[in-house]
Each structure stands twice: as C-alpha cells, then as structure tokens.
Design a binder for this molecule. Sequence first.
Ligand SMILES: C[S@@+](CC[C@H](N)C(=O)[O-])C[C@H]1O[C@@H](n2cnc3c(N)ncnc32)[C@H](O)[C@@H]1O
Length: 315
Amino acid sequence: MAKVPKVFNYYDYFSRYREIIPEFDKFLEYLKVPHQQYFRINTLKVDQAREELLLDILKSKGVRLEKVVEIPHFYKVINNEDISLGNLEEYSLGLLHSMTLSSALPVIALNPEPGDLVLDLCAAPGGKSALIAMTTEDRAITVANDKRIDRLTALSANMKRLGVTSVIITHYRGELFPLGISFDKVLVDAPCSGEGRYKVGLEGDILYQRGTGKSNLPSIQKGLLVRAYDMLKPGGFLVYSTCTINPEENEEVVDYLLRKRRAEILDWSCPLPYYPGLTEWQGKTFHPHIAKTKRFYSHQIRAVSFYIALIGKLY
Ligand SMILES: C[S@@+](CC[C@H](N)C(=O)[O-])C[C@H]1O[C@@H](n2cnc3c(N)ncnc32)[C@H](O)[C@@H]1O
C-alpha cells in the first residue's frame, strides 16, 4: 500500500520555540504574510546623484517604494503583490539587486573594507558577495566559494549583471577549502534548514526536520565553521550566519567552535532589533559569551529570520 505523506503542521513544528521566540503568537501570524520584497541600489552602477532618478523611473513603472532608513541604499516594495523585481529591465541591467533585508546584516557585521582579502565560503548565488563588492566600491578581493557548480553559474551571472570585478570564484567543499592563504575576513552563510524563510503554504522550504535523518546539517555547519576559522589571519574576523531559528544549527555550532579553538565572540553595532543568542537549550548549556550573538525574528524585522555571530581570532 502506498504511503500517505505526513502533512506538515507548522503550528506543531514551531511550538518547540514557544519559549524562545518573543510574541510567539505574532510570529505565527506573520508566517501567513507573503515574503516582503526589498532591493538595494547597485552603487557600482548608480552613483548617488542618479539614485533619485532611478527611483523615479521605478515609480513611473508602478513600483511603490519606501526607503529603509536603517540600512543605506535599501528600499521596501510597498505593492509587494503586484511587482516582481526580477522582471524589471532595471534588474536585468544590474541597477538594483533584490535581497531580503536580513541578508544585509551578515555583511554589516563583517564590515569589509577596501584592501581586505575576504573569503565567502558558501557564497552562491552571490547576494552577499555582491554586497561586499558594493560596500567596498569593488576594492576588496572576495573569494566566492560554493560546493554546487549549478549555483556557482548563477553567482557568476549575478556578478556579471551587477558589474562586480573583485570576486574570484572557487568550487570546493568548504570543509576542505585548501589551507595556505589566510584571509582578513571570512563569511560562513551556512547551508541550513531555512526555518526563517518558512511561510504557510511553502512547506518545502524547511529542509531539515528532526528525525528524518536525511542530512546532518549541524555536523556540516560545524565542519564549515572550524575550517573558516582556520582560514583567518590572526586579528581577522569571521561571521557565521543562518536563516534558521534552530539552536542546534546556531548557538550549538558556535559553542562547538569555542570548545575547539580559542575564538572570541564579538559585539557589533546592529541597525535592526534583535534578541541575544541563547546560553541554554533543551538541557544543554552554552558558553556565556554566546549571548553576544544575535537572533532576528521575521515578525519583528519584517524580513527572513536570521542568526548572526561575529567571531574574532586574536592570534
Ligand atoms: C544560504 S546559501 C548561501 C547564500 C549566499 N551566501 C548568498 O548570499 O547568496 C548556502 C550555500 O551553501 C552551499 N553549500 C552547502 N554545503 C556546502 C559545503 N559543504 N561547502 C560549501 N558550500 C556549501 C549551498 O550550495 C548554498 O549555495
């Protein structure tokens, strides 16, 4: 007899987070609201003087928008349901790039500067590599790595569209990225269960469900984070980010690094509201400094839920 697929019950699934997600009922409600579209003006192609002109052109094409005051060059699409940014000519010309607001935060935490050598270990399709290039005026060097060649093709197309010239592409399993070159800054925007992207009706978006045994994301994430740390110069900075709420993929992974290496958790100035990282979860206790890592919840920031840790290598 054919097996009946188990129906995904989001209420049951997320209930295990009732104690850690503030205003839990609002969080559940927001899961029913479609994803909010945001975009960033590509400052490599559009200078400050022409930003207003571009916004006027977008408005004339029916895009109703609002400036995101907290993050430079970001805009929110008000008539979200009527507009598909990817279909606009200005998108094809690389004048703007659509990305959820929270995607900007790992790059803000990393604070790349011109002259930096940066490794983006899980880079495809390249939203954050492109943002690194934009914020450094294409004057850092970013090695954009990913283990999936099909996604690297998309990354390459994005860099071309956006006019980015400071990105070098590599194709390694991040855990095995060759040692030998040390980086000023490393970003691990890790593969994760994607709980923070979940919307009611988009069940396929949750990749990792406890007990299915299909993939062991926490062990992959631990391998990536330790290798990323080992790729850093002394005095360098590392950002670990995920778009999941699951503490086993977040705090527990960072705690693992702290037990394996002499890494330091650092604070950073964040433009959006956040909650501190957890120092305990289901009977496990984490290093107290993990409270300096940051949790972002979708209903509060009106974007995908995220987790971000800024980590330093002292020597
Ligand atoms: C969250 S996505 C990265 C999104 C990207 N940083 C951006 O801003 O566009 C995670 C990426 O990790 C890649 N990945 C999964 N396992 C990996 C591994 N072991 N080594 C390197 N990349 C991996 C996936 O192919 C995927 O592209």
